[in-house]
Design a protein around this ligand. Structure first.
Ligand code: GTP
Ligand code: SPV
Ligand code: MN
Length: 606
């Protein structure tokens, strides 16, 4: 889709015009600009960011039309403690979200927003998550005072005049999510701006009943690109509950077998746990091919044929940079090397390229994300562990054609997975939808640098959605249970639980991961086709060592056995943690999940 179109100085949509005027009156920017999505606008804004020192233009011969940015060291990740679900009643936010009364929150934030855009330009970004041609296009309008946000939004979502035109055509029938963002960094007359303006005080707030987002104080990714986590997961999950569909933190991939059979797989792993890598997997087993549909978010609705269809609402990848290289993710490398990308909090090399830990060709000298001299002997990371590339999805060389289909693709299998050093085997097949829902609801993972806070702590992260469920997580579990109850069981995706991150005694990964994960995908497909063997264990079906294709894999029989092992003692130790987790939900915990837990305990002899 080309988004070039003449600039608009306002809108004929009365409701939208009123909201923009109200926000401008409150925040007092110097100027209001309507984002068009044109190529000239991109050039103007990126030039402005270069002049401000926020962006460094990369070497045109290496990465054309691409930029390096370094954030304030205080603004490098999502801030879960500062994220709120402001439903009218506290119980509707549930035990896993921060909550405040919506009116109280608005009073507080109006105080913060008062005059907060002084000295800056206020940009109005009309956007749509998913396809403009969808039956009910999912519109949004983000107001922001950050050029970095405008540029990044243009990569991550379909934005601009074309979208506004459609909103105006639909008039009052156009439903859109108003999403207000400010850096919280007004400029006094003549005051020189800093490279990365933001505010120590941060609020990332969703009003699920009003379908509204207010964000303040951060310029970073998920806190500021409001179409992404705030809309497509937190607000959309509340819409999905009301309307009978699912908004999930999932990648979508297309898998083609040597027999040219096509399967679509969705997978939910917590932040920085391997979605982007699996989405662009380059299979190591002969004859199998993977194409990409999405790497972070899936919206799934039942089709007329009773199958669950998934759409990726995004337009770009906002991927973890460290660890990305020609071996782990060659297709991501091809995508970013085409240019038109923004790199945040990675190192800048002396020849005007970017570098990060794990990338090939380590430079002898670079400028670290902190702006300091860096050499391999510095003893410091050149890049923040949550540094990211922001790149257009249409540049992906293995993007599936179906990406452009507003109906989406029918999902055959859903994988849940997390980072666990112990206990959780490489892959486990659930018995049915309910058992799979139990696996998802009890999913656990070690925390990562994608959110502020301690890294490596095991926590429950249900369906990889802990920071993203826009309502009561107990009700969310019930929603999953209900969808399964109302569906034709033979058409539901089969649910599996994977763990690429199990360790041996020396702390090394037991499973080589990345392209080798194709072996697990093959087993998943063969299970569904009734072709692969499995052993029944208390937690579900796991592969027999012979049923997994390990041809050509450099792994001993003992290592494979360790990767697949289900140790009853480890699982017995897991039970009190699951009980403690479930106890949080009180009456909102679906009885079906309690029954699943009781069944697991019985099978473990407890
Ligand atoms: P978000 O964008 O934060 O939602 O994360 P994501 O789930 O897309 O994570 P991503 O694929 O970017 O992976 C994050 C980290 O996990 C990177 O450092 C990868 O190198 C590492 N990783 C991904 N897949 C594997 C794997 O199969 N094995 C191992 N050991 N590491 C992996
Ligand atoms: C995540 O944290 O899960 C991300 C990055 O995908 S962010 O957009 O910052 O949420
Ligand atoms: Mn994510």
């Amino acid at each position: 889709m080309t988004l070039d179109a003449p600039e608009k100085s306002g809108t004929t949509h009365a409701g939208l015009a009123r909201w923009v005027a109200e926000v401008a009156a409150l925040t007092t920017p110097d100027e209001v600009r309507w984002v068009t999505g044109s190529a000239d606008e991109w050039t103007e804004l990126t030039d402005k960011l270069v002049a401000a020192g926020t962006f460094t233009r990369l070497n045109e011969d290496i990465k054309p039309n691409s930029f390096h940015a370094a954030s304030s060291p205080e603004d490098v990740a999502r801030v879960e403690e500062r994220t709120f679900i402001c439903s009218r009643e506290e119980k509707d936010a549930g035990p896993t979200n921060n909550w405040m009364d919506p009116e109280q929150m608005k009073d507080l934030m109006r105080g913060l927003y008062q005059g907060c855009m002084k000295g800056r330009t206020m940009y109005v970004i009309p956007f749509v998550m998913g396809h403009l041609e969808a039956d009910s296009p999912m519109f949004g309008v983000e107001i922001t005072d950050s050029e970095y946000v405008v540029v990044s939004m243009r990569v991550m979502a379909r934005c601009g005049t074309k979208i506004l035109d459609r909103i105006e055509e639909l008039g009052d029938a156009a439903k859109y999510v108003p999403a207000l963002h400010s850096l919280g960094a007004p400029l006094a007359d003549g005051e020189q701006d800093v490279k990365w303006p933001c505010n120590e005080e941060k609020y990332i707030v969703q009003f699920p009943e009003e379908r509204t987002i207010w964000s303040y104080g951060s310029g970073y990714g998920g806190n500021a690109l409001l179409g992404k986590k705030c809309y497509s997961l937190r607000i959309a999950s509340a819409m999905a509950r009301d309307e009978g569909w699912l908004a999930e933190h999932m990648l979508i991939l297309k898998l083609i077998s040597p027999e040219q059979q096509v399967y679509y797989v969705a997978a939910a792993f917590p932040s920085a746990c391997g979605k982007t890598n699996l989405a662009m997997l380059k299979p190591t087993i002969p004859g199998w091919t993977v194409e990409t549909l999405g790497d972070d978010i899936a919206w799934m609705r039942f089709g007329k044929d009773g199958r669950l269809y998934a759409v990726n609402p995004e337009f770009g990848f906002f991927g973890v940079a460290p660890g990305t290289n020609e071996h782990t993710n060659p297709h991501a490398m091809t995508t970013i090397n085409k240019g038109n990308s923004v790199f945040t909090n990675v190192a800048l090399t002396d020849d005007g390229d970017v570098w990060w830990e794990g990338l090939e060709n380590e430079p002898a000298h670079a400028t670290s994300w902190k702006g300091e001299d860096w050499t391999p002997d510095s003893g410091e990371l050149s890049s923040h562990p949550n540094s990211r590339y922001c790149t257009p999805i249409e540049q992906c060389d293995i993007l599936a054609d179906e990406y452009n289909d507003p109906q989406g693709v029918p999902i055959s299998a859903i994988l849940f997975g997390g980072r666990r050093k112990t206990t959780v085997p490489l892959v486990t097949e659930s018995r049915d939808w309910l058992h799979g829902t139990f696996m998802g609801a009890t999913l656990s993972s070690e925390t990562t640098a994608a959110a502020k806070g301690e890294v490596g702590v095991v926590r429950r992260d249900p369906m990889a959605m802990l920071p993203f469920i826009g309502y009561n997580a107990g009700d969310y579990f019930q929603h999953w249970v209900n969808l399964g109850k109302d569906a034709d069981a033979t058409k539901l995706p089969k649910i599996f639980y994977v763990n690429w991150f199990r360790r041996d005694q020396d702390g090394g990964f037991l499973w080589p991961g990345f392209g080798e994960n194709s072996r697990v995908l093959k087993w998943v497909i063969e299970r569904m086709e009734g072709k692969a063997a499995a052993v029944e264990t208390p937690i579900g079906h796991v592969p027999t060592p012979e049923s997994l294709d390990v041809e050509g894999l450099d792994m001993t029989a003992a290592e494979l056995e360790a990767a697949l092992a289900v140790d009853p003692e480890e699982w017995k130790a897991e039970i009190p943690q699951i009980e403690e987790w479930f106890a949080k939900f009180g009456e909102t915990l679906p009885t079906q999940l309690q029954i699943e837990l009781d069944g697991l305990k019985a099978r473990l002899g407890l």
